[in-house]
Design a protein around this ligand. Structure first.
Ligand SMILES: C[S@@+](CC[C@H](N)C(=O)[O-])C[C@H]1O[C@@H](n2cnc3c(N)ncnc32)[C@H](O)[C@@H]1O
Length: 298
């Protein structure tokens, strides 16, 4: 598992170092704000923002917890953290934010993070990148105070379909994919992992409405070949786009694409509007009342 986690972190570094400068030119800023709203942060609270990237959650969150609260952001990509530090320089009022370069699937060697010291943990748009999501949740829960909140999201299983198909192709060729979404089968998949890790679900009904904006649409089985040829050259598919794997990868993509189609030859693709993209969960207090009920209004 340690070797797997290391290779995931190494791949994430490569992908996000490359993307860092343009990362914020996307739907991520509005999604991050949405995650901050869901966390319902209060003045004085301490937040651990896992896979903080360029700080899209950390900075708005830092405003909410002022004057006495603080934010620690952790990410493995130097490129993303460089952008975050740049913002920090331009925002002296954000002196309550600290960033660390570290792999979030093993926080035990990050001495700045103490057990039972955070009111809230966020992990926005990153949980589906981790090799062992259940193990990660189990390792994170101890950093929350009892009753502390976790805000985490996963994508709908029909969101960004070509990514799902490429993930399956990686698996079939025995190559670790750069993301890990195929375990999300339905709205219970994340809840099950959370329960197994010792969390109670507080809210799982929130919906994000602005990812691309199409809500849902249908792709065609006839697009299998062109989609495969266009998308194999994306950085996420570097390990497949090689003389050894390319031909087989293209063929497998087309097979998998077809297997996702319905009898009329179309494939349903979902944007970010579906429920269960995000969940607020609490570190269980073994039956004692929740520390507060503030999230119930979401
Ligand atoms: C899609 S970005 C999300 C960034 C930020 N949370 C946001 O909402 O904008 C995914 C982030 O996860 C980070 N990441 C992926 N795997 C990681 C790991 N094992 N440890 C730390 N960071 C990781 C990447 O470097 C990248 O910054």
């Amino acid at each position: 598992m340690a070797a797997e986690a290391k290779s995931q972190a190494t791949t994430a570094k490569r992908l996000y170092d490359d993307r860092a400068k343009v990362y914020d030119d996307s739907w991520h800023p509005s999604f991050a704000k949405y995650i901050v709203d869901c966390a319902n942060l209060q003045p004085g609270e301490k937040l651990l923002d896992l896979a903080c990237g360029t700080g899209l959650v950390s900075f708005p969150a830092s405003k909410k917890v002022r004057p006495d609260g603080s934010v620690i952001g952790v990410d493995v990509s130097q490129g993303m953290l460089k952008e975050a530090y740049q913002k920090l320089k331009q925002q002296p009022e954000s002196s309550n934010v600290t960033f660390f370069e570290h792999d979030i699937s093993d926080l035990t060697t990050l001495s700045a993070i103490k057990e039972e010291s955070f009111d809230v943990i966020t992990c926005a748009s990153a949980f589906v990148l981790l090799n062992s999501p259940g193990e990660s949740l189990k390792s994170w829960i101890k950093y929350l105070k009892p009753g502390g909140r976790l805000v985490v999201d996963v994508s709908h299983p029909r969101n960004q379909l070509s990514g799902i198909v490429w993930e399956k192709v990686h698996q079939q060729l025995g190559i670790t994919p750069p993301y890990n979404r195929t375990w999300v089968k339905n709205e219970n998949s994340l809840k099950i992992l959370l329960h197994q890790a010792g969390f109670d679900i507080l809210n799982s009904k929130f919906e994000f409405k602005e990812q691309i904006g199409y809500s849902k649409h249908y792709l065609s089985i006839a697009d299998a070949e062109s989609t495969a040829k266009e998308s194999i050259s994306s950085t996420a598919n570097n390990a497949l786009n090689t003389p050894t794997h390319k031909a087989k990868a293209l063929q497998l993509f087309q097979q998998e694409w077809k297997s996702l189609s319905n009898p009329s030859g179309t494939l349903l693709e979902i944007d970010g509007k579906e429920p269960f993209v995000g969940i607020v969960a609490l570190r269980s207090r073994c039956g004692s009342p929740l520390r507060n009920g503030i999230i119930s209004s979401l």
